[in-house]
Design a protein. Structure first.
Length: 106
């Protein structure tokens, strides 16, 4: 979590509250870190951190959209912003699909 907080703080994003959501609670088997955060203006953020060796493809975009849908149902509210931290190579089509779906890629 500290890596995520530090990198967002460098960009000027400060959060009042940040909670870790376990993937097991959402029924997801992926190795992913999920956080829900509230910034100082009161907006809700969904923050995903992915660390894998293989390239992220279009099928992964759909997978993360499904996880995001489960997260909104689990938390009972929609998020204003969605950020994904990717520590892997990213396919150009997947990057475009993430951006069209409203994700901010870090």
């Amino acid at each position: 979590m500290q890596m995520v907080v530090d990198s967002l703080r460098k960009k000027g994003k400060i959060y009042k509250k940040m909670q870790d959501v376990l993937p097991k609670e959402l029924g997801v088997r992926n190795k992913i870190k999920i956080y829900k955060a509230t910034d100082v203006r009161g907006y809700f953020w969904a923050i995903f951190a992915v660390s894998q060796k293989s390239r992220l493809l279009m099928k992964d975009v759909h997978k993360f959209e499904e996880i995001y849908a489960k997260l909104t149902l689990y938390c009972d509210h929609n998020f204003k912003y969605k950020i994904i931290f990717i520590d892997a190579p990213l396919c150009s089509k997947a990057k475009k699909a993430f951006q069209e779906a409203g994700w901010k890629i870090q």
